[in-house]
Write a protein that binds this ligand. Sequence first.
Ligand SMILES: Cc1ncc(C[n+]2csc(CCOP(=O)(O)OP(=O)(O)O)c2C)c(N)n1
Length: 174
Amino acid sequence: MILDKVNSPEDLKRLSLEELLLLAEEIRSEIIRVTAQNGGHLASSLGAVELVLALHRVFDSPRDRILFDVGHQAYAHKLVTGRKDRFHTLRKEGGISGFTKVSESPHDAITAGHASTSLANALGMVLARDLMGEDYHVVAVIGDGALTGGWPSPPSTRSGSSKRGCSSSSTTTR
Ligand SMILES: Cc1ncc(C[n+]2csc(CCOP(=O)(O)OP(=O)(O)O)c2C)c(N)n1
Protein backbone atom coordinates (compact mmCIF):
# COMPACT_ATOMS: atom_id res chain seq x y z
CA MET A 1 0.00 0.00 0.00
CA ILE A 2 1.26 3.47 -0.86
CA LEU A 3 -0.56 4.96 2.14
CA ASP A 4 1.69 2.88 4.43
CA LYS A 5 4.64 4.94 3.22
CA VAL A 6 2.96 8.33 3.68
CA ASN A 7 3.56 9.83 7.10
CA SER A 8 3.70 13.50 6.19
CA PRO A 9 3.00 15.78 3.20
CA GLU A 10 6.72 15.63 2.37
CA ASP A 11 6.26 11.97 1.41
CA LEU A 12 3.67 12.99 -1.21
CA LYS A 13 6.24 15.12 -2.99
CA ARG A 14 8.27 12.00 -3.79
CA LEU A 15 5.40 10.12 -5.46
CA SER A 16 4.76 9.89 -9.20
CA LEU A 17 1.42 10.92 -10.68
CA GLU A 18 0.48 7.24 -11.08
CA GLU A 19 1.27 6.59 -7.41
CA LEU A 20 -0.74 9.64 -6.36
CA LEU A 21 -3.77 8.35 -8.28
CA LEU A 22 -3.42 4.95 -6.60
CA LEU A 23 -3.02 6.68 -3.24
CA ALA A 24 -6.27 8.58 -3.83
CA GLU A 25 -8.05 5.24 -4.30
CA GLU A 26 -6.47 3.82 -1.13
CA ILE A 27 -7.49 6.90 0.84
CA ARG A 28 -11.07 6.67 -0.44
CA SER A 29 -11.21 3.00 0.62
CA GLU A 30 -9.92 3.87 4.10
CA ILE A 31 -12.45 6.70 4.48
CA ILE A 32 -15.28 4.36 3.45
CA ARG A 33 -14.01 1.58 5.77
CA VAL A 34 -13.81 3.83 8.83
CA THR A 35 -16.98 5.87 8.25
CA ALA A 36 -18.93 2.63 7.69
CA GLN A 37 -18.05 1.76 11.30
CA ASN A 38 -17.94 5.16 12.99
CA GLY A 39 -20.20 7.37 10.87
CA GLY A 40 -18.97 10.70 9.53
CA HIS A 41 -19.02 13.07 6.58
CA LEU A 42 -18.51 10.59 3.78
CA ALA A 43 -19.38 12.46 0.56
CA SER A 44 -17.55 15.68 1.36
CA SER A 45 -14.35 13.92 2.30
CA LEU A 46 -14.50 11.52 -0.66
CA GLY A 47 -14.93 14.45 -3.04
CA ALA A 48 -11.94 16.36 -1.72
CA VAL A 49 -9.28 13.62 -1.89
CA GLU A 50 -7.51 14.76 -5.08
CA LEU A 51 -7.80 18.40 -4.01
CA VAL A 52 -6.15 17.60 -0.67
CA LEU A 53 -3.32 15.66 -2.35
CA ALA A 54 -2.75 18.49 -4.83
CA LEU A 55 -2.67 21.14 -2.08
CA HIS A 56 -0.21 19.16 0.02
CA ARG A 57 1.92 18.51 -3.03
CA VAL A 58 2.07 22.18 -4.08
CA PHE A 59 2.12 23.92 -0.70
CA ASP A 60 4.35 23.36 2.29
CA SER A 61 2.11 22.66 5.31
CA PRO A 62 2.35 23.51 8.20
CA ARG A 63 4.48 26.49 7.14
CA ASP A 64 1.81 27.33 4.57
CA ARG A 65 -1.62 27.38 6.20
CA ILE A 66 -4.39 25.29 4.63
CA LEU A 67 -7.76 26.13 6.15
CA PHE A 68 -10.68 23.76 5.59
CA ASP A 69 -14.07 25.45 5.88
CA VAL A 70 -16.33 23.45 8.22
CA GLY A 71 -13.51 20.90 8.30
CA HIS A 72 -15.88 18.07 7.37
CA GLN A 73 -14.03 17.38 4.10
CA ALA A 74 -10.60 16.96 5.69
CA TYR A 75 -10.33 13.20 6.27
CA ALA A 76 -7.76 12.77 3.46
CA HIS A 77 -5.84 15.69 4.97
CA LYS A 78 -5.81 13.84 8.30
CA LEU A 79 -4.63 10.63 6.64
CA VAL A 80 -1.62 12.29 4.96
CA THR A 81 -0.61 14.44 7.93
CA GLY A 82 0.49 11.73 10.34
CA ARG A 83 -2.88 10.55 11.67
CA LYS A 84 -3.53 7.42 9.61
CA ASP A 85 -2.70 5.06 12.48
CA ARG A 86 -5.36 6.71 14.68
CA PHE A 87 -7.88 7.32 11.92
CA HIS A 88 -9.94 4.30 13.05
CA THR A 89 -10.77 6.33 16.21
CA LEU A 90 -12.52 8.99 14.10
CA ARG A 91 -15.34 10.66 16.07
CA LYS A 92 -14.86 8.28 19.00
CA GLU A 93 -14.33 9.61 22.54
CA GLY A 94 -10.67 10.55 22.85
CA GLY A 95 -10.14 9.84 19.16
CA ILE A 96 -9.61 11.81 15.98
CA SER A 97 -12.03 14.71 15.57
CA GLY A 98 -14.46 14.75 12.64
CA PHE A 99 -13.28 18.30 11.94
CA THR A 100 -9.92 20.03 11.82
CA LYS A 101 -8.61 20.80 15.31
CA VAL A 102 -5.56 22.88 16.14
CA SER A 103 -4.68 20.77 19.19
CA GLU A 104 -4.71 17.60 17.06
CA SER A 105 -2.02 18.51 14.53
CA PRO A 106 0.20 21.43 13.48
CA HIS A 107 -1.25 20.84 10.01
CA ASP A 108 -4.75 21.87 11.22
CA ALA A 109 -4.59 25.63 10.76
CA ILE A 110 -7.97 26.27 12.41
CA THR A 111 -10.32 24.48 14.74
CA ALA A 112 -13.45 24.21 12.64
CA GLY A 113 -16.95 22.75 12.73
CA HIS A 114 -18.94 25.89 12.00
CA ALA A 115 -19.49 26.70 8.33
CA SER A 116 -18.29 29.85 6.54
CA THR A 117 -15.41 30.79 8.85
CA SER A 118 -12.37 29.95 6.71
CA LEU A 119 -12.07 33.15 4.67
CA ALA A 120 -12.30 35.46 7.68
CA ASN A 121 -9.69 33.34 9.45
CA ALA A 122 -7.51 33.30 6.34
CA LEU A 123 -7.67 37.04 5.91
CA GLY A 124 -6.72 37.52 9.57
CA MET A 125 -3.71 35.26 9.05
CA VAL A 126 -2.71 37.17 5.92
CA LEU A 127 -2.89 40.51 7.72
CA ALA A 128 -0.94 39.12 10.71
CA ARG A 129 1.64 37.57 8.39
CA ASP A 130 2.20 40.87 6.60
CA LEU A 131 2.39 42.84 9.86
CA MET A 132 5.01 40.40 11.14
CA GLY A 133 6.95 40.57 7.85
CA GLU A 134 6.60 36.81 7.36
CA ASP A 135 6.28 34.92 4.11
CA TYR A 136 3.99 31.94 3.69
CA HIS A 137 0.84 31.05 1.78
CA VAL A 138 -2.64 30.99 3.26
CA VAL A 139 -5.15 28.80 1.41
CA ALA A 140 -8.86 28.54 2.22
CA VAL A 141 -10.72 25.44 1.01
CA ILE A 142 -14.40 26.34 0.90
CA GLY A 143 -17.43 24.73 -0.72
CA ASP A 144 -20.34 26.43 -2.45
CA GLY A 145 -22.61 25.88 0.56
CA ALA A 146 -20.26 27.52 3.03
CA LEU A 147 -19.45 30.26 0.54
CA THR A 148 -23.07 31.45 0.63
CA GLY A 149 -23.15 31.60 4.44
CA GLY A 150 -22.74 35.37 4.72
CA TRP A 151 -19.53 35.54 6.70
CA PRO A 152 -17.26 34.91 3.69
CA SER A 153 -18.41 38.02 1.80
CA PRO A 154 -16.49 40.81 3.59
CA PRO A 155 -13.16 38.91 3.74
CA SER A 156 -13.42 37.73 0.14
CA THR A 157 -13.99 41.31 -1.03
CA ARG A 158 -11.07 42.51 1.05
CA SER A 159 -8.69 39.70 0.05
CA GLY A 160 -9.56 40.23 -3.60
CA SER A 161 -8.45 43.85 -3.37
CA SER A 162 -5.25 43.03 -1.48
CA LYS A 163 -2.01 42.67 -3.43
CA ARG A 164 -0.92 39.74 -1.26
CA GLY A 165 -4.25 38.19 -0.43
CA CYS A 166 -5.15 34.61 0.21
CA SER A 167 -5.95 31.87 -2.27
CA SER A 168 -9.16 29.93 -2.05
CA SER A 169 -10.06 26.56 -3.56
CA SER A 170 -13.65 25.55 -4.06
CA THR A 171 -14.83 22.03 -3.44
CA THR A 172 -17.86 20.53 -5.10
CA THR A 173 -18.68 17.29 -3.46
CA ARG A 174 -22.32 16.78 -4.29
C1 LIG B 1 -22.59 27.89 11.33
C2 LIG B 1 -23.00 26.57 10.72
N1 LIG B 1 -24.20 26.44 10.16
C3 LIG B 1 -24.57 25.29 9.59
C4 LIG B 1 -23.72 24.22 9.58
C5 LIG B 1 -24.13 22.91 8.95
N2 LIG B 1 -23.34 22.65 7.77
C6 LIG B 1 -22.45 21.65 7.73
S1 LIG B 1 -21.66 21.55 6.28
C7 LIG B 1 -22.52 22.89 5.66
C8 LIG B 1 -22.33 23.42 4.28
C9 LIG B 1 -21.53 22.55 3.46
O1 LIG B 1 -21.61 22.93 2.12
P1 LIG B 1 -20.29 23.02 1.28
O2 LIG B 1 -19.43 24.08 1.87
O3 LIG B 1 -20.70 23.22 -0.15
O4 LIG B 1 -19.61 21.65 1.50
P2 LIG B 1 -19.85 20.30 0.68
O5 LIG B 1 -21.28 20.27 0.25
O6 LIG B 1 -18.91 20.37 -0.49
O7 LIG B 1 -19.50 19.24 1.62
C10 LIG B 1 -23.41 23.38 6.60
C11 LIG B 1 -24.30 24.55 6.36
C12 LIG B 1 -22.45 24.40 10.18
N3 LIG B 1 -21.52 23.41 10.17
N4 LIG B 1 -22.11 25.59 10.73
